[in-house]
Write a protein that binds this ligand. Structure first.
Ligand SMILES: [Mg+2]
Length: 319
């Protein structure tokens, strides 16, 4: 990671939201592919949002679609209105998105109320530590960033719990919110890992500490990266071992597996570090976010920048 002190907060805020969407669209065509697939497609390292696998060039997937729903709910309701957020998710799921996580789909379509749906799913299945709450974190991370560490992490847990009953997912999503918060201030998010871990629930701390350690790499993963632990671990590894926004995302996609989500998480963090100027124009020109369930709505990069700026301006302040 290269530290860029000169990047302003507005550029970081836009970088996080757009960066996450760009990573999502970059990785989507390679989902469930093998390692090395990105480098094979783009041997010169200059990747494009090429589309494929059912995705149009520049099209962002469920990761960004849900992040937009979270962000718009926060702005329109003036704060975290969890039933409203859940309703928006359900309307979107009923709108037939091209992709939706298995666990998220089950929770949003099981007919249970917002406060029970995810918990019941976890009770019945015993496994709910997918990366589906991590993938949509950029918007809420920007919104809550001014409230400081404990409040940001607590808000992240509550939003994660809407679709994920496993506390492992809450804690990982909380850590990502905190690292983005630190990056938005211009400080090094990698140096903020110990502070974030100190706030993680004690039952989950050692497992998170393992994948967030400075010497961890994707080769050490003990689960598929559709799980929350290696997904965030890989994003940090990609940021740590590269020196530009674009190289961080290429590294994330090249790991293979759940490439859109790993790159979305990496992009949310790397965008906050490097700022919107580091996101290549050839990506932002074609980037777009359809919103199934919401008519013909489709956000372009400019809309995401506006959304990010509003989230930063209208989010709650520390009391
Ligand atoms: Mg996706």
């Amino acid at each position: 990671m290269t530290h860029r002190e000169s990047v302003g907060r507005g550029d970081r805020v836009a970088g996080s939201v757009v960066g996450s969407a760009a990573g999502d669209a970059l990785g989507a065509p390679f989902e469930f592919g093998p390692a090395g697939v990105f480098a094979a497609r783009f041997p010169d390292g200059v990747g494009t949002l090429c589309g494929g696998g059912g995705w149009d060039p520049g099209e962002a997937t469920d990761d960004t679609q849900m992040a937009v729903l979270v962000g718009e709910s926060l702005l329109e309701r003036g704060g975290p209105d969890l039933p409203d957020m859940f309703d928006r998710f359900r309307r979107w799921a009923a709108g037939g998105p091209k992709d939706i996580g298995l666990q998220t789909e089950d929770v949003l379509t099981n007919g249970e109320p917002w406060y029970l749906a995810a918990a019941l799913h976890f009770q019945l299945n015993g496994r709910a530590a997918g990366n589906g709450s991590l993938m949509r974190a950029a918007t809420s991370a920007v919104y809550f960033a001014h409230t400081g560490r404990p409040a940001t992490m607590e808000a992240a847990r509550r939003i994660a719990a809407l679709t994920h009953g496993d506390r492992a997912a809450w804690e990982g999503t909380a850590v990502l919110h905190e690292l983005i918060r630190v990056a938005l201030t211009g400080h090094n998010p990698l140096a903020a890992v110990p502070g974030a871990l100190a706030e993680v629930h004690t039952d989950h701390r050692s497992r998170w500490a393992a994948v967030l350690a400075p010497d961890w790499h994707p080769g050490l993963a003990t689960e598929f990266n559709g799980a929350v632990w290696p997904c965030l671990g890989t994003a940090l590894w990609a940021l740590r071992t590269t020196d530009t926004f674009e190289r961080a995302l290429a590294a994330a996609v090249d790991v293979g597996g759940d490439t859109d989500t790993v790159a979305a998480v990496t992009g949310g963090l790397a965008g906050a570090v490097y700022g919107i100027e580091a996101v290549p124009d050839r990506w932002t020109r074609t980037l777009h976010v359809p919103l199934p369930g919401y008519g013909d709505r489709r956000l372009a990069t400019g809309d995401l920048i506006t959304l990010a700026a509003r989230l930063d301006a209208e989010g709650p302040r520390a009391t």
